[in-house]
Design a protein around this ligand. Structure first.
Ligand code: ATP
Length: 210
């Protein structure tokens, strides 16, 4: 099972295509998107939790294997990934869990609450992302070095504890850039699914001009 956390403000093709590739490459049974409520490491998002959820639902509709877990949206206080993983682990027993993240998120891992507990709960699958390199002499670099999965098959053979670097189609798309385009009166079309762009247009999210 893949668990893919994010702000998804808004969800875009740089989230979706790599997630599909990871699901297929690693033969995951499903990828569960977990939108965060109040992201602990960033400024307040442009859209509310409900609006981000609506866009995510529109984006994932009809994709087999993709689902949404809303548990962090209802949580008071910050959304800590380790809390979510502990809950999912309790529900899933010994099922292998893969926490999926982009390279930028992996590099920021040492700032996460109880980050050293994450590997006891799940594998980490790190997707390469344009513009982000992993220096070996950093905590995440060492974590990869000491816990690297020898093969994709290993991820299925133990419930947690391995780190896998996964190459995906490099898509230099970010939600920050999409928000900036919309606010500047430009179209973000083709960077994100049309149903999401339609919602942004109809609801005038991200300071879109009327
Ligand atoms: P923002 O620009 O607002 O920071 P973002 O585009 O980075 O947003 P998030 O919702 O913060 O999107 O990211 C959720 C997860 O998706 C993170 O693990 C991030 O690394 C990953 N991700 C986002 N965009 C890409 C991309 N283009 N390629 C690979 N991974 C990505």
């Amino acid at each position: 099972m893949g668990i893919y956390g994010g702000t998804f403000d808004p969800v875009h093709h740089g989230h979706l295509r790599p997630a599909l590739e990871v699901m297929e490459a690693l033969a995951l049974g499903e990828v569960c998107f977990v939108p965060n409520g109040r992201p602990p490491h960033r400024d307040s998002p442009g859209c509310t939790a409900e609006q981000r959820l609506q866009m995510l639902q529109a984006a994932l509709a009809g994709q087999p294997g993709f689902s949404i877990d809303e548990r962090e949206l209802g949580r008071a206080g910050p959304s800590w990934t380790v809390d979510t993983l502990e809950q999912i682990r309790a529900e899933q027993g010994a099922r292998p869990l893969c926490l999926i993240m982009g390279m930028d998120a992996f590099l920021g891992l040492p700032e996460w609450h109880r980050w050293q507990d994450l590997l006891a709960l799940a594998h980490l699958v790190v997707m390469r992302r344009p513009g982000w390199k992993l220096p070996r002499d950093t905590q995440p670099g060492r974590l990869l070095h000491t816990n690297a999965a020898a093969s994709k098959r290993d991820l299925h053979q133990q419930p947690a504890g391995l780190v896998l670097l996964q190459t995906v189609t490099p898509l230099d798309i970010s939600a920050t850039r999409i928000r900036a385009l919309v606010a500047a009166g430009h179209s973000p079309r083709f960077l994100l699914p049309d149903p999401v762009w339609r919602l942004i247009g109809q609801q005038h999210y991200y300071g879109m001009k009327q």
